[in-house]
Ligand binder design. Structure first.
Ligand code: ZN
Length: 314
């Protein structure tokens, strides 16, 4: 059986032809050019799907479903993109529009939710029932799965863990509120903390590393910390507390089997996951009495979008 997974981003539309075990047989991408009319963008998605089908010498009828993941608020029941970040989509009836090209079932979902579902079906979450995927990037994306189901909320607008209240009247968040978790624990927040420190101490190791890299990245503070830099130790230690304490809030509500971390920061690997896991288990409600939480790196990374989208069709 074959499925198509489409991962729509502000820069590119990625597509993959996938079998029922989650093997990617072919993948391709095309530029999104997000300023265009939605009908043209969806026509490109359809062409991308047709290209993938031809590569495996299949007929359209052999495709059992098409899944699409998009950043934003998605009304899954109506098959409508209510609003998409970085793409000029407002109230776009994507399911109806794609049905002009394909007769198989079409499923859509928010990108963070779709990635979490991909991890549940094909990644680190195989075999568990409850998991939360936290993607640390420009913002924080959260995909929350309870009892094998994605938490959507009314009109698909729920499950936005990045915007839980973290510090009263704290840093300005991209959503317009102050003090959201993502203003402290996203990769962008770590970069800002590193930049602030560099501006105060332009001769330090952090500044030196930034000059070598040509920019401050999410890795800068971690590299300096490994080299014993005191200021980097302070930044990384605070950052781990910020990440962990937001996770603790989610754990206290959902108590999942597994918390997965995605995004570039997760490349810090097991050492970082263990540090987060230790704090999460120490301070989650009930301490050592309640079931332990495992924190792991997300497995699917760049393919999470297409695999998760295809998994919506299973
Ligand atoms: Zn916010």
């Amino acid at each position: 059986m074959y499925y198509l997974g489409i991962d729509v981003g502000g820069m590119s539309i990625k597509g993959g032809l996938i079998d029922e075990k989650g093997n990617i047989l072919f993948k391709e991408s095309v530029p999104t050019k997000p300023e265009r009319d939605y009908k043209d963008i969806i026509a490109d998605m359809a062409t991308l799907c047709e290209t993938l089908i031809k590569k495996e010498n299949l007929d359209k009828q052999e495709i059992k479903g098409i899944g699409v993941g998009i950043p934003g608020t998605i009304d899954v029941e109506k098959g409508v993109i209510v609003y998409a970040n970085n793409i000029n989509f407002k109230k776009v009836p994507i399911e109806k529009e794609l049905s002009k090209y394909f007769s198989c079932p079409i499923h859509i979902g928010n990108d963070a939710n779709v990635a979490a579902f991909g991890e549940l079906k094909f990644g680190t979450g195989k075999g568990v029932r409850d998991l939360i995927l936290i993607t640390l990037g420009t913002g924080i994306g959260t995909g929350i799965i309870v009892d094998n189901k994605i938490i959507l909320g009314k009109g698909g607008a729920g499950g936005e863990g990045g915007h839980i209240g973290f510090i009263y009247n704290g840093r300005k968040c991209s959503c317009g509120k102050n003090g959201c978790w993502e203003a402290y624990a996203s990769a962008s927040a770590l970069i800002k903390m590193t930049e602030k420190s560099i501006s105060k101490n332009p001769e330090g190791l952090l500044a030196e590393l930034a000059r070598q890299e040509g920019k401050v990245s999410g890795k800068t503070a971690f590299i300096a910390e490994k080299n014993g830099d005191k200021e980097a130790k302070r930044i990384v230690s605070n950052y781990i507390k910020y990440v962990s304490d937001g996770i603790i809030s989610l754990v206290n509500i959902f108590r999942p089997d597994l918390v997965l971390i995605g995004g570039g920061i997760s490349n810090e690997g097991d050492a970082l996951m263990k540090r987060i896991q230790r704090r999460v288990n120490r301070f989650s409600y009930g301490g050592n009495i309640n079931p332990k939480i495992t924190v792991k790196k997300a497995l699917l990374m760049n393919d999470a979008g297409i695999l998760g989208a295809a998994a919506l069709c299973l």
